[in-house]
Structures are given as structure tokens and as C-alpha cells.
Design a protein around this ligand. Structure first.
Ligand SMILES: Nc1ncnc2c1ncn2[C@@H]1O[C@H](COP(=O)(O)OP(=O)(O)OP(=O)(O)O)[C@@H](O)[C@H]1O
Ligand SMILES: [Mg+2]
Length: 472
């Protein structure tokens, strides 16, 4: 497993590339140089021998050596030639008969080979046999006047000396190459390790950040790439910290809100228990207060549950075609008694019939809270105007009131859970600050939008826009 991982690592790939780039050219170069060396050496040797042989060939003609091989001068020269080049020289006459063999083996024998025949026609042939390591040259001996071929000089020399040089060179090159390869391997290993060090440090840093939850940031600025990764990671870390903070805040808010009614109940119950001979009226009054607190606790829990449900089942809407005019009328009817208690005028204005694909329960919850807020945060003898309109894509609901308004700096917070502008006033009215969070969630789940405009002391307008057809 670990081995497989190593083969897939960037370090290994980099190492491989460096090795290939470093060693391959060497191998090619060595092979190329050796090959050229061999052919150059052979061709140089051939040229040397040819010029020597031709010189002797001229003398052979001059001394009429083919007819009479007793010339000491020529014999010595032929011996010299074959000794220097470690070879053998044969002189053949026009009858294909060997008149001189420096080895003394074939004198008097007849040789008819393809080369010899060709040479009698005037051709000069030079042949290298790499396998048996010799050069063979067939040189016609021509009369300088008549240009007539009088005989053949057949020279064959061993190339052992060339090849031993070649082998020596080859072995040397191999040693150099191996030494080179070792150096390159070491250098590649070092480079791969060194170049990828920042990534190792990055992993280490990330592990440290993971264990602690402090203010650490990732900063590996060795390369532009690692810097970009660090930046992106820090941004993500920042977002996660914000989420974590808001989660902690939410939990502490929830516990606080849930504890408040319980504390009230405890105080009420204790004061009844501490007194003796409590009059029945006081019992009744206190029990009524306790019932109210229970009601409040119940509302908070219900609101929290609807919020959690919306968070969890985003997209899990129960969509059906709903008559929005009727829905609004029902909501207004339900809230009218509360409005009448405070002498607040409640008006619904529908500009056209609207049917939309929505989750009826959730949208009803959202709109109820908007109208309820408009009543709750109003002035005595005030008014609430609700209007419904639509175009070909959306329907619009506007809830306007003549109430206390929302201060400008509070407007951006009203959708936060448990946020209330005036805590004491809201408590009195019985708000927990969850209503608008629920409203906004419900609207967003329908891919709609919600906006608030307000002037302190004058009133507030909430506008909601929701698509007529549901977009999954
Ligand atoms: N129409 C409005 N006029 C003035 N202030 C408003 C209005 N609507 C909301 N607010 C302010 O925004 C705060 C948040 O409203 P939200 O509906 O979320 O909570 P709530 O009404 O206090 O409690 P809940 O709706 O959970 O019973 C309110 O406490 C109030 O201060
Ligand atoms: Mg509310």
C-alpha cells in the first residue's frame, strides 16, 4: 500500500524525470561516438593501406615483379606492409595464379573469386568485415602506358588493433557513464527531495492547524503555487471559524432562551411554596403566569423545530398548486382578533388571482410571522396593509405597517436567530427573535427573495418575491 503510494507520488515522478533527462542523452551520446569512432578508424586505415599498396603496385609494374618475383626491394616492401598492418599480401597474375604470398602458404595456387574477377576488369574493391574483423582490398595492377591490368594485389589486414582501441574506449565510456549515472541519481534524489520540501511542510502545518483550533494560518510561500493553496486554505479556514462561532452563539442563545421561562416558573412556584395560607386568588394568578411561561417555552421549542426542519430538509418541500389569495385571507382571518385587541386596522388588497407552486405550510408560516410582526410592533390605532400582486414569473407580497419601525443599523440583523431590536419590548410582546429567521429560510427554499424598508417611528415595509413555478 505504502509502496503504491510512493510510486504515485510527485517526488517519485520528479525523480524519474530528472534521471531520464540526465542519463538518456549520455547513453545516446556514447553509442553515437563509439559508432563513429569505429567507422572513422576503419576508413582511415583503408586509405593508409591503399596509398601504400598503390605505391608498391607501381614498383611491381616497373620491376616486372609479376613475371619475376625475385626482386629483393619489392619483397622487403611487401613484408614491411604486411608486418606493419598485421596482414597478408597476395600478388595474383593474369592467370589467376598466386605468384607471391607474404605468408608463403598459397604460392602457386589459383584464386578465382568475385572480387578478383572484377578487379581484372579494372575495379578497385575495399571491403570491411566487422564480424571477422578484417579489411580486404583488391587492387588491380595496371601498366602505366597501356592501362592494361597485369595482375592483382590482394591485401587483407586485421582490424584487431582498431577494435581493441574501440573496446578500450567503450569500457572507459561505460565507467564514466556509470559514475555519471550515480552522480545524476544522487542529484535527482536531492532535487526531488529539496523541491518538494514545501509540500511536506504544508502537510505538517495542516496537521498542526487541525489539532489546535487557534488563530494559526497556513503560510508556505516558497512557490506561487503553495502560496495560492495557502491563501485558499486560509479563506476556507476563516469561513469555518465564522461558522463555528455562529454555531456556538446559537447554542448559547438557545439554552438561554429555553432557561428564561423555566426560571420564571421556578420563581413563581417557589414563592407560592414559601408562603403559608396562600389565598386562592393568588394561587390562581400565579398558576396563570406559570401556564403563560409554559406556553412561551412551547412556542420557542416549536419555532426551533421548524427552523431545524427547514435547515435539514432544504429542497425537501411539499410542493402543490396553492391559491395564494385564499391563503392570505386565511392568515388575515386568524390574526384579526389580535389586531382588533390593539385597535389596528388590517387590510388585504389582492390585485389579481394568484396560483403558485409552493409549500403551503412553510409559506403560511412565513407570511403569518410578517403580518404578526406588523401588528405586534405597531402603535395603538395603527394600520397594516397587505397586498398581493404577480407578473408572468413571480408573485409579490407586501406587508406595510404604521408601526415603530426598525433602526437602520438593526436592519441587517433582523433575520438572525434570536435577534430582537429592543429585547425588553419584544419580551413584553412575547417575541423570541426566531420568526424572521424562519420566514427568510422558507422564502429562500422557494428561490425567492425578501427585503425590508423601514423608518424609525414611521413604519416598516417587507416585500417578498416568490417564483410562480417551483424550480427544483
Ligand atoms: N414590522 C416590524 N416593525 C418593527 N420591528 C420589527 C418588525 N418586524 C420585526 N421587527 C424587529 O425584528 C425583530 C425580529 O423579528 P422576529 O419576527 O424574528 O422576532 P420576534 O417577532 O421578536 O419573535 P417571534 O417572531 O419569534 O415570535 C423583532 O424582535 C423586532 O424588534
Ligand atoms: Mg415575529
Amino acid at each position: 500500500m505504502k509502496k503504491m503510494k510512493f510510486l504515485h507520488s510527485l517526488k517519485f515522478r520528479l525523480f524519474l524525470i530528472l534521471v531520464v533527462v540526465g542519463i538518456l542523452p549520455n547513453i545516446i551520446l556514447r553509442a553515437g561516438i563509439l559508432k563513429t569512432y569505429e567507422s572513422r578508424a576503419v576508413s582511415n586505415r583503408s586509405i593508409d593501406i591503399l596509398s601504400q599498396a598503390k605505391m608498391i603496385g607501381n614498383q611491381i609494374i616497373t620491376y616486372n615483379y609479376i613475371q619475376d618475383t625475385s626482386s629483393e626491394v619489392i619483397n622487403t616492401q611487401l613484408e614491411l606492409l604486411s608486418n606493419i598492418y598485421d596482414g597478408r599480401v597476395l600478388i595474383i597474375n593474369s592467370g589467376f595464379q598466386v605468384v607471391k604470398d607474404t605468408y608463403g602458404l598459397d604460392t602457386g595456387k589459383t584464386i578465382i573469386s568475385e572480387e578478383v574477377v572484377k578487379s581484372f576488369r579494372g575495379e578497385e574493391i575495399s571491403k570491411y568485415d566487422a564480424e571477422y574483423r578484417y579489411i580486404e582490398m583488391t587492387i588491380p595492377l595496371k601498366d602505366s602506358n597501356t592501362k592494361e591490368v597485369q595482375g592483382i594485389m590482394l591485401v587483407s589486414v586485421s582490424t584487431d588493433s582498431i577494435l581493441s582501441n574501440y573496446d578500450y574506449l567503450k569500457n572507459n565510456a561505460l565507467v564514466i557513464e556509470i559514475a555519471n549515472a550515480i552522480v545524476i541519481l544522487a542529484a535527482a534524489l536531492f532535487c526531488a527531495n529539496h523541491l518538494l520540501k514545501p509540500f511536506g511542510r504544508m502537510t505538517h502545518s495542516l496537521e498542526e492547524i487541525q489539532t489546535g483550533y487557534g488563530e494559526e494560518q497556513l503560510m508556505i510561500s516558497d512557490y506561487a503555487e503553495t502560496e495560492a493553496i495557502s491563501d485558499a486554505f486560509n479563506q476556507m479556514l476563516g469561513r469555518m471559524r465564522v461558522i463555528d462561532e455562529s454555531r456556538q452563539e446559537f447554542v448559547s442563545n438557545v439554552s438561554h432562551e429555553l432557561k428564561t421561562p423555566l426560571t420564571s416558573m421556578k420563581v413563581l412556584a417557589d414563592s407560592l411554596l414559601d408562603q403559608e395560607d396562600v389565598p386562592a386568588e393568588l394561587y390562581k394568578e400565579f398558576m396563570g403566569d406559570i401556564a403563560e411561561e409554559i406556553e412561551r417555552e412551547n412556542k420557542i421549542i416549536n419555532d426551533l423545530l421548524s427552523l431545524v426542519k427547514m435547515d435539514k430538509s432544504a429542497g425537501n418541500l411539499n410542493i402543490s398548486v396553492v391559491n395564494v389569495n385564499e391563503l392570505l385571507e386565511t392568515i388575515m382571518k386568524r390574526l384579526r382578533p389580535i389586531a382588533e385587541k390593539q385597535n389596528i386596522e388590517l387590510v388585504l388588497e389582492s390585485f389579481r388571482p394568484v396560483s403558485a407552486e409552493i409549500d403551503e405550510v412553510k409559506i403560511s408560516l412565513a407570511l403569518t410571522n410578517l403580518v404578526e410582526n406588523a401588528i405586534k410592533y405597531n402603535k395603538p390605532e395603527g394600520w397594516v396593509h397587505v397586498s398581493l400582486n404577480a407578473d408572468h414569473k413571480y408573485f409579490f407580497i407586501r406587508v406595510e405597517d404604521s408601526g415603530i419601525g426598525i433602526p437602520e443599523e438593526a436592519l441587517e440583523h433582523i433575520y438572525e436567530r434570536f435577534y430582537r431590536v429592543d429585547k425588553s419590548h419584544s419580551r413584553e410582546i412575547g417575541g423570541t427573535g426566531l420568526g424572521l429567521a424562519i420566514t427568510r429560510n422558507a422564502v429562500l427554499m422557494h428561490r425567492g427573495a425578501i427585503k425590508a424598508h423601514s423608518k424609525e417611528g414611521e413604519g416598516t415595509i417587507f416585500t417578498v418575491r416568490i417564483p410562480l413555478t417551483y424550480i427544483a
